[in-house]
Every structure is written in structure tokens, then in C-alpha cells.
Design a protein around this ligand. Structure first.
Ligand SMILES: Cc1cc2nc3c(=O)[nH]c(=O)nc-3n(C[C@H](O)[C@H](O)[C@H](O)COP(=O)(O)OP(=O)(O)OC[C@H]3O[C@@H](n4cnc5c(N)ncnc54)[C@H](O)[C@@H]3O)c2cc1C
Length: 458
């Protein structure tokens, strides 16, 4: 038997549920399908659990530094991984449960649990059930990439999902991949007390950032005792007795790093190979991402792809923004476009890296006349008071239009302060507006107008 709806949503990640509820509230009959845990990556194995661990790791770090602040901590700092995990599980559990009950209690919204696969452009199968609708929205997200490295089949490894289930502390965590996931986990586990080694094949960590940013992030991690191998070529995974690790042609350090646990943090792969897309005729690119236009429409009329699976974002906020674009255009006669969004993200090492718009390198290559202002965190009063003076701020503006081009805030509060610049960019306001604004003392943000007073041509 075929169940017919007005709209079908595949995946309960960061865009699917909001879209399903929005459409159901507009009177449409909607079905949403989830094969795993409600909330997808962000809630279960991504942002939320990792940020609970970042918080636990920060407490451990501050407890170790307590004497610096005149605070006495009785015994050496230790971490109870069972409690750390229980806190993480409680927070993610609430978020997951809240999302599920929101969907189940929404009138006009039917929840199916199971793997969805296309049978035709307007039909999907979930187990025994055949569901049909004139509009189908794909929000299937992605998973950790497992590259075909030598030794990968024989060597036990962890991913972001399985590492989060550990209840004991790794003695030595070897991480292959010096991107966002690898760096966040690296600092977390170092602060918990593990030995940590990070192996990166590029010439520097987070190579898409400016070189000074990569270097400062590396220095921050190394000051905490994390071993970092960059320029690691021909990585091969290894098991030696009880130990797991990697062998590589490495320009620096010994060619082998062995530890008790191995994390593969080598990027993400979209969950698009088992969706039956060929039966619907939906096109994917060479990396498996569903090809979409600026309104998130696939090549097949009536089918949209949102979130990580369309390769246009890779973050929770980009997935949610995809929902906003599709909802505005379909339900509010909007004309919103992915092309209008400004690149913005954070790296949650401590101190955090807040980023929006262009890097210095991108600004230099843009052919514009660019002005740049910089300030080390050692010259930010609030950072000094908090004893957190690592990092710097860097702001870029267009010398002719006076609009902001981008900013990097690597330092305490950087994950929040970055929004001062991001909102100015959305407003397309000249930097002189911020320059003349009175900011609150003492904050990191209060120095942004001062940085703008000191702009220099690039
Ligand atoms: C360790 C880590 C930390 C991260 N931290 C951050 C962060 O701090 N900030 C940030 O913005 N982003 C972060 N991200 C990225 C963020 O988690 C993702 O960008 C976001 O979750 C993507 O949401 P989505 O809606 O595209 O898909 P997902 O959240 O991945 O959800 C997709 C859902 O679809 C389901 N599904 C898949 N295939 C099918 C099918 N055939 N049938 C039915 N259901 C299906 C899946 O089970 C899943 O529940 C992090 C990611 C990782 C791995």
C-alpha cells in the first residue's frame, strides 16, 4: 500500500525537522524519516557532545592553573571519564528527546523510523512502507571518511562517533587529521590527561586558514604538550602488539607514532550512496555530494537537498540556513539564495578561533585595495584579566567601499566576538559605523573599534 503525503523529508538532522514542522504547520501532510538517532550528527556525534567535552576539558585545565589565580585545589587534577560521558549523554539525550517529541507531537507530521530509499522521483521506501509525495527534501548528512590507507582493514581505529563512547581515558591518542575535528578532540583528550599526537599530511594544520593562524593554533596546542607531525606523507596504519598508530614519511620527527588508541579524523563523506538516487535520477558530484542550485533544488523537479549532503556548507548553521532558504522560497514567496550567505564558522579549540568572510590570503588575491588591522590578545585588557592572552584579532576591510571583508578572532571569546563583524557584513555597513560605536568595557569586543583606528594597507 502506498501512503501519500504533500511532502517527505529524509533525515532528522539540522534542517529536516524544522522544515517538516514548518510545512506541517502550514497545513501540509508531511512525513519525516530517520534511520538512526534523532538530531543526526550535531546532536549525537558532533557539535553538542564535543562541546560538552570542551567544557569538561576547560574545567580540568583551569583547575590545573588554579594556583595562578590564587585558588587552592587540594589534590592533583584527575578526570573521571564515566562522569564526563554521563554529562555528555544527559545533555545530548535531552536534545534528542526534545526533538523527537516535537516531531511526534506536531499535527500533520508523521514520523517513520527506518532507512529511506528512492523507488521513483516521487516515491521512497521505508521497510515495508511505500511513501509518495510531489515534494521530497533530502537531509541525510554525512559520516567520517575512512580513506583507503594501507593497513586500514587490519588496524582498530576510532571515529568521532566511537571515540565519544569511551568511558576510560586513552593512554596515548594518535589522531590522523589536523582539521577541525582532529584538533578539537586532540586538545580535549590532552586536557583530560592523555598523551596526544596529531598527524597531518599538509604542510600546516587547518591549511585553509592563513599561515599565521595555523602557526598560532599549532603553538597553542604544543604549549599544552600535544605532539604535532605536519608534512606526513604516505600514511600507513599499524598494529604492533597492544599498540596502534601510523607510519609515514614525515619531514619532522620519527616516521612512526604508536599509541593506545587511533582516531581517524580525515574529513566527511555524504550519506548519499545508499539512497537509491539513481532511481530518482538525482545527480551527485564526484565526491558523492548531491548537486544543487542556489535554492537547494536538485536536477530533478520536486526534489531538494539540504545540509551536509549538498556540499554547500558542512556546519549545523549552514544546514539550518538551508532550511530557512527553502522554507522562505516555498512557503513565503521568498527569493533567498545560498549565494547570499557569508562564510562563518568557529574552531572550538581553547582559545577558540572565530572566522567570517575572507582570510588575509583571500583578500590579497581578490584584487581589491584592502586595509587590515591586527591586535595580539596580550594587548586586550579582558584577555589579560582572564589570564588568556594567546592568539590575535585580524580585521580586513575594503579601502574603497569601506565594507568589512572578513575577520579572524583567535582568542578568548572569539567564538562570540566574531558576530560583531559578521552582522556588519550582513548589514553591508561601512566599518566607520563600528569605529564610532561605543562598546562595553571590559570586553574583547571593545577593542574592535581600536583595531579599526589602526588599519594599514595590505
Ligand atoms: C566531531 C564533530 C564536531 C562538530 N562540531 C560542529 C560545531 O561545533 N559547529 C557546527 O556548526 N558544526 C559542527 N559539526 C558539523 C555538524 O555536526 C554537521 O554539519 C551537521 O550536523 C549537519 O547536519 P545535517 O542536517 O546536514 O545532517 P546530519 O546532522 O548528519 O543528519 C542527517 C540525518 O539523516 C539520517 N539519515 C541518513 N541517511 C538516511 C536514510 N537513507 N534514511 C533515513 N535517514 C537517514 C541520519 O541518521 C542523520 O540522523 C561537527 C561535526 C563533527 C563530526
Amino acid at each position: 500500500m502506498k501512503n501519500t503525503f504533500d511532502a517527505l523529508v529524509i533525515g532528522c538532522g539540522q534542517s529536516g525537522p524544522s522544515l517538516a514542522v514548518r510545512m506541517a504547520n502550514s497545513g501540509r501532510r508531511v512525513a519525516i524519516v530517520e534511520r538512526g538517532r534523532f538530531g543526526g550528527t550535531c546532536v549525537n556525534t558532533g557539535c553538542i557532545p564535543t562541546k560538552t567535552l570542551v567544557a569538561s576539558a576547560k574545567v580540568a585545565e583551569m583547575a590545573r592553573r588554579a594556583a595562578e589565580f590564587g585558588v587552592k585545589v587540594a589534590s592533583p587534577v584527575g578526570v573521571d571519564m564515566k562522569r564526563v560521558k554521563a554529562r555528555k549523554d544527559e545533555i545530548t539525550g535531552k536534545s534528542r528527546g526534545g526533538l523527537e517529541s516535537w516531531l511526534r507531537s506536531t499535527p500533520n507530521c508523521t514520523v517513520y523510523q527506518g532507512h529511506a530509499r528512492f523507488e521513483a522521483p516521487n516515491e521512497i521506501r521505508v521497510g515495508e512502507e511505500l511513501l509518495a509525495a510531489p515534494q521530497i527534501f533530502i537531509d541525510v548528512g554525512g559520516r567520517a571518511t575512512i580513506p583507503s590507507l594501507r593497513g586500514v582493514k587490519e588496524t582498530p581505529y576510532l571515529t568521532n562517533s566511537t571515540l565519544l563512547e569511551l568511558e576510560t581515558l586513552p593512554r596515548h591518542l594518535v589522531i590522523v587529521g589536523g582539521g577541525y575535528v582532529g584538533l578539537e578532540f586532540g586538545q580535549i583528550f590532552r586536557r583530560f590527561g592523555s598523551e596526544v599526537s596529531i598527524i597531518e599530511k599538509a604542510a600546516r594544520l587547518i591549511p585553509q586558514e592563513d599561515e599565521d593562524v595555523s602557526k598560532e593554533v599549532q603553538a597553542i596546542l604544543e604549549r599544552e604538550g600535544i605532539h604535532i607531525r605536519i608534512n606526513a606523507k604516505c600514511i600507513e596504519l599499524l598494529t604492533e602488539g597492544e599498540e596502534v598508530g601510523a607510519r609515514m614519511d614525515c619531514l619532522e620527527g620519527a616516521p612512526e607514532v604508536m599509541g593506545s588508541h587511533l582516531l581517524l579524523a580525515m574529513g566527511r563523506t555524504p550519506n548519499t550512496s545508499d539512497l537509491g538516487l539513481e532511481k530518482a535520477g538525482v545527480a551527485r558530484d564526484a565526491e558523492g555530494y548531491i548537486v544543487v542550485d542556489n535554492e537547494l533544488r536538485t536536477n530533478v523537479p520536486g526534489i531538494w537537498a539540504l545540509g551536509d549532503c549538498n556540499g554547500r556548507g558542512g556546519f549545523t548553521h549552514t544546514s539550518y540556513n538551508d532550511f530557512e532558504i527553502v522554507a522562505a522560497n516555498l512557503l513565503d514567496h521568498g527569493t533567498r539564495s545560498v549565494a547570499d550567505r557569508i562564510k562563518a564558522y568557529n574552531l572550538y579549540v581553547d582559545p577558540p578561533l572565530g572566522r567570517c568572510g575572507m582570510t588575509e590570503h583571500e583578500a590579497r588575491s581578490s584584487g581589491r585595495r584592502v586595509l587590515m588591522g591586527m591586535r595580539p590578545m596580550t594587548r586586550v585588557g579582558r584577555a589579560v584579566e582572564k589570564g588568556e592572552t594567546q592568539g590575535f584579532m585580524k580585521v580586513l576591510v575594503d579601502a574603497d567601499s569601506k565594507e568589512f571583508l572578513g575577520a579572524t578572532i583567535l582568542g578568548t571569546g572569539g567564538d562570540e566576538v566574531i558576530h560583531c563583524v559578521l552582522d556588519m557584513m550582513y548589514a553591508r555597513a561601512p566599518y566607520t559605523v563600528m569605529q564610532r560605536a561605543m562598546h562595553i568595557h571590559p570586553t574583547v569586543s571593545e577593542l574592535l573599534p581600536t583595531v579599526l583606528d589602526e588599519l594599514q594597507p595590505l
